[in-house]
Design a protein around this ligand. Structure first.
Ligand code: COA
Length: 540
């Protein structure tokens, strides 16, 4: 592979202006991350009470369990951002991948300092998504349970539907059946739905004095049976470990429980999987030739000015080396092979609007990667497929559909990063959320919507003026409609709006992209080789 020769003038004015704007975007991201970790209206009192009970904060718990000096890849830290009156930052739950006894596990850990760790709708979504990630990457799950179960005021958004609370139990039972260890440490009161997380686990540890499990807590027992009973007598560690058998071990302290958990992780035989011959090609990693921070100066502060995806690739891949496929044809998409932390990967990156040739080139390249069993990485920055008479006459709809069908049917691991715009069917062809990439990250400059705000404004006004209500529509109403549509599109295409709703697995600083992708590819490499694809037939 040949190194990319960067054409960026890092001493230029435009570079400096772009970098200043991007640094402000990263500062906002970091500030909002801090709020998600420590913030929340009136949270100080509940943190104080939590600590006074001798309990650890949720991220300290994860630190105490994971191997010293190993990375933790946290998902969707900003879930719930701007929702629930900012009272439940991070949606009250921490999920991610951490290493225990040398093997990666997914963590699902409730934050009891936020609404008693009860699950708001975005918390359920985050819990279920973490289980999905565990399944795709063949990982066991460690549940740190400290939760009042369903957040009762919003029960209709949590309880009844597919992928609501029931869906999480369905997944948990099936993950266990696939041989993926499901381990729970009970660190708080687990009532009703919450009780089933430990009850469905393969092994359960309860911490004395803080961990409790009951289908109905003391108030329900009083109402139903007239019995007055202390929480520990109804569902404490001793009762469940010595009498009911719902729990397998009890620990006097959290630290003791984590020691026991690490001991259990030594017996789950996960390292045997890791030690197997990896199916994926991996070489000694090499750092890129160009600094990742330069991405700040490359991305135009004005999102109408395009930037060259090759320059981004040069700052993510090993040695900045990239073997481009069909570089002289269909240039609005760049495709080719590279390595990230040693792992071979096929990259598909937008350089603007997708034309027919670019769609065909991408389709062809997806076929190549599928045939060679090489994972795919999509770098999205497009306003979508080309419109207009020539484009339609050239069959853009069928060419775009070939790309969409190839992405949908590719069986190799797929990863997506939103490095700019993600609009219209471009989102689909470039492996948006609906196409199940194993992981989808977004940058703080990204935008996601059916179309950009300027376009939406014009389209909706034109529809109104072409419709039945055209004659009675005044100029003031048109102006109001324009403003309303623009406002709606700007709000809803904002990356914080998206990450709050888990349309991605996390908003990340571009500088961290290489490490995040390297981790994801390493997880895929330790799995068995996926079965070959079904052999698509394209309608050319
Ligand atoms: N739904 C909505 N809010 C809940 C909740 C739930 N299931 N569980 C706790 N909360 C809220 C409380 O209202 C309180 O809110 P506030 O800070 O706005 O006042 C906050 O979480 C902390 O609860 P609190 O009871 O003061 O904390 P605690 O640490 O002493 O007890 C629990 C925590 C989880 C053990 C206890 O709140 C509890 O038993 N909750 C109800 C559990 C239940 O019946 N769940 C049914 C699920 S199907």
């Amino acid at each position: 592979m040949r190194p990319i020769e960067s054409r960026i003038d890092t001493g230029g004015v435009a570079y400096a202006e772009n970098a200043a704007v991007y640094e402000a975007l990263v500062a906002t991201l970091k500030e909002r991350m801090q709020f998600a970790i420590n913030g929340g209206k009136g949270r100080e009192r509940s943190i104080e009470r939590h600590l006074a009970r001798g309990k650890f904060m949720v991220r300290n718990r994860i630190d105490l369990i994971t191997d010293h000096g190993t990375p933790f890849l946290e998902f969707s830290t900003l879930a719930g951002h701007g929702q629930y009156n900012d009272e439940v930052p991070g949606a009250g739950i921490v999920t991610g991948i951490g290493v225990v006894q040398g093997s990666p596990y997914v963590f699902i850990a409730n934050d009891a300092t936020l609404k008693g760790g009860s699950l708001v709708p975005m918390a359920i979504k985050k819990h279920v998504r973490a289980q999905e990630i565990a399944e795709e990457n063949s990982l066991g799950i460690i549940y740190l349970v400290d939760s009042g179960g369903a957040f009762l005021p919003l029960q209709d958004e949590i309880f009844p539907d597919k992928d609501h609370f029931g869906g999480s139990f369905y997944r948990q039972a099936r993950l266990s059946a696939q041989g993926l260890p499901q381990l729970s440490v009970v660190l708080g009161g687990c009532t009703a739905g919450g009780a089933y997380v430990p009850a469905l686990s393969d092994e359960v540890i309860m911490v004395e004095g803080i961990g409790r499990i009951f289908l109905g807590g003391p108030p329900i027992v009083k109402a139903a049976l007239g019995e007055i009973i202390e929480p520990d007598d109804l569902g404490g560690a001793e009762l469940h470990t010595r009498i009911s058998g719902v729990s397998d071990y009890m620990a006097a302290t959290e630290q003791e429980a984590y020691g026991k958990l690490r001991e259990i992780c030594e017996t789950t035989n996960q390292r045997a999987i890791a030690d197997r011959q990896s199916w994926a090609d991996c070489q000694e990693p090499k750092a890129p030739l160009y600094a990742a921070e330069e991405i700040y100066g490359i991305i135009s502060a004005d999102d109408r000015i395009p930037f060259d995806a090759t320059e981004i690739i040069a700052r993510i891949v090993d040695g900045s080396e990239f073997s481009a496929f069909k570089p002289e044809w269909g240039e609005s998409i760049i495709v080719g092979f590279a390595r990230v932390w040693g792992h071979l990967v096929g990259i598909i990156a937008n350089n603007g609007i997708i034309f027919s040739e670019a769609a065909l080139k991408a389709t062809h390249f997806i076929e190549l990667c599928e045939q060679r069993r090489v994972p795919l990485l999509f770098l999205q920055n497009t306003s979508g497929y080309m419109v207009g008479r020539d484009s339609e006459a050239g069959g853009i709809a069928k060419h775009g559909a070939k790309m969409v069908a190839a992405v949908a049917n590719a069986t190799v691991p797929k990863y997506t990063v939103l490095i700019g715009g993600s609009y219209g069917a471009g989102n689909y062809g470039m492996c948006g959320r609906g196409f199940n990439p194993r992981m989808l990250f977004a940058w703080p400059n990204s935008r996601i919507a059916t179309m950009a705000a300027d376009t939406a404004e014009t389209v909706l006004v034109d529809i109104r003026l072409g419709g039945l209500k055209a004659a009675e529509t005044t100029d003031e109403e048109i102006a109001a409609l324009r403003a309303e549509v623009r406002d709606q599109y700007e709000t809803q295409s904002d990356p914080y709006y998206a990450t709050s709703r888990l349309w991605d697995d996390g908003l990340i600083d571009p500088v961290d992209t290489r490490d995040a992708l390297g981790l994801c590819l390493a997880l895929a490499a330790r799995q068995d080789e996926p079965a070959p694809g079904p052999g698509l037939v394209y309608r050319m």
